[in-house]
Design a protein around this ligand. Structure first.
Ligand SMILES: Nc1ncnc2c1ncn2[C@@H]1O[C@H](COP(=O)(O)OP(=O)(O)OP(=O)(O)O)[C@@H](O)[C@H]1O
Length: 251
């Protein structure tokens, strides 16, 4: 599917972001090593999902990739975040005192985009994101799925070449989440020179959306599997991911 989510396309061999030997520690009375010796490279045009058990450091990794080192954290290793990143945190962060369209424009305006250009582009994306007709809706008038699409639209609008998505559909019920995934699979987020990193608990979501899936171990999170998703059937890949997530076979 051709998407209008285009950005300037750098060469596809270019790593969009890379971390090597990344270790993140939260000091304190109960020191927590969140990530240990993590290597990850994401190329331009790639869609990579990061899965792992709760508390293994997925959000911490995304924050570091976004250049938002968590306050108080000790970070070591090499981090190369190439082009500017757009980060969608777990909570949608929509402003209840603004209607849908002005909410969508927040990031683009902060990024310095001209109002008329951002407005025209937002209206195109409202169509692509199935939100046409809701430009003047208040956020409380939108369903959970619509709110998440609006938050994702706002993240995409500034046209940054790296998208970092932290459980974008995590708060939705199972049916809405499946619908959102089916919709997102048809939106070529990683096309046109974008790189996407998606954090999720959901192996099926990862297999549906990503080109590669990276599995982190229990805390401290280390990469235990880095798997390219085959396009000719994902049963074997699914088994490998589930084994990597639960090596003891406890669940
Ligand atoms: N600002 C912070 N100060 C202290 N500890 C923190 C901070 N942020 C995260 N942690 C700790 O780091 C570890 C990893 O947290 P993180 O939120 O990255 O995990 P996660 O894999 O995203 O979890 P979940 O899947 O439940 O959202 C956890 O033990 C958490 O308590």
């Amino acid at each position: 599917m051709t998407s209008s989510l285009s950005t300037e396309a750098p060469p596809t061999s270019t790593p969009a972001l890379e971390v090597a030997g990344l270790t993140v520690t939260f000091p304190g009375a109960r020191e927590v090593v969140a990530l240990q010796d993590v290597d990850l490279q994401v190329r331009v045009g790639e869609f990579v999902a990061v899965v792992g058990p709760s508390g293994c450091g997925k959000s911490t990794l995304l924050r570091v990739l976004a250049g938002l080192t968590p306050a108080g954290a000790r970070v070591s290793g090499r981090t190369t975040v190439g082009p500017a990143t757009a980060w969608m945190p777990q909570r949608d962060g929509l402003l209840p005192w603004r209607r849908a369209l002005p909410n969508a424009l927040v990031g683009a305006r902060i990024a310095g985009q001209d109002r008329a250009t951002a407005d025209a582009r937002a209206r195109e994306l409202f169509d692509e994101f199935g939100l046409t007709g809701f430009e003047r809706a208040w956020t409380h008038e939108l369903s959970g799925g619509m709110r998440q699409r609006l938050a994702l639209l706002r993240t995409c609008l500034p046209g940054r070449p790296v998208l970092l998505l932290d459980e974008p559909f995590g708060a939705l019920d199972a049916i809405t989440r499946r619908r959102m995934n089916a919709w997102l699979a048809g939106v070529d987020l990683a096309g046109h020179g974008r790189a996407v990193v998606l954090v999720t608990h959901d192996v099926d979501e990862a297999l549906l959306l990503a080109d590669r899936v990276v599995v982190l171990s229990d805390r401290p999170g280390r990469v235990v599997l880095d798997l390219r998703v085959p396009r000719d059937g994902t049963d074997g890949a699914r088994r490998s991911l589930l084994e990597a997530l639960d090596p003891e076979g406890t669940s």
